[in-house]
Design a protein around this ligand. Sequence first.
Ligand SMILES: Nc1ncnc2c1ncn2[C@@H]1O[C@H](COP(=O)(O)OP(=O)(O)OP(=O)(O)O)[C@@H](O)[C@H]1O
Length: 244
Amino acid sequence: MIEFHNVQKYYGKFHALKDINLTIDAGETVVLIGPSGSGKSSLIRTINGLDPIRDGQLIVNGFDLADKKTNVNLIRKDVGMVFQHFNLYNNKSVIENIMLAPRIVLKRPEAENHELAMKLLDKVGLANKAESMPAQLSGGQKQRIAIARSLAMKPKCLLFDEPTSALDPEMIDDVLDVMKDIAKNSNMTMLVVTHEMGFARAVADRVIFMADGRILEDDSTEKFFGDQPSTERAREFMSKISGH
Ligand SMILES: Nc1ncnc2c1ncn2[C@@H]1O[C@H](COP(=O)(O)OP(=O)(O)OP(=O)(O)O)[C@@H](O)[C@H]1O
């Protein structure tokens, strides 16, 4: 469970997140959309402590991120993140990328760690790539490995920051299919920054629209796509992205 109460975030003097109030329940899939620079990445990066907040309260799985005594490593154990540019360790094989964090952070026994890593590789359709190096993979394959790596920690929550926007079009569906499978068949909480409205329609419980550092809409998926968004900004944004 993630709770933002009147959260403010600044970069120097720039007010990047303005009075964010938001609750995401365990198991929900939430899609976060909005124009470039509206604060989407900033918002999700606060959840695992990659970006600090200045004011307000942010509770993640019972931990208070506004409290300087909170150990962010305990939060990150349960909150995985998938980045636009994959962030794989390029000098380690695929299977090592997946096994590293569970070995070090969770002290998972080696045989069990290997077995789970192979299961996850199978789940993302890349069991034959276990011994490959990241440089030998396509962008779509790298992103599926990055997702498997996050899943290996068995997180309660997965954050996705534009996971398909660096990919060639023909690779996007393979990655979205893996994400849809997680959304439908696991109890994980998912918060996804994406412009892939097909994904949002298919599996999101809610759609949040941000502009200028504020949340302007927080609607059920049915309402957002069924009745049209209620703000002019969101309607404008939707007509722009559907024109592409
Ligand atoms: N490290 C930083 N230092 C200063 N300003 C920043 C920093 N990171 C982001 N910003 C600014 O904060 C605002 C929000 O950025 P953010 O990356 O959260 O937006 P976004 O909605 O994710 O955009 P995009 O869709 O382009 O990735 C932007 O105006 C950006 O320039």
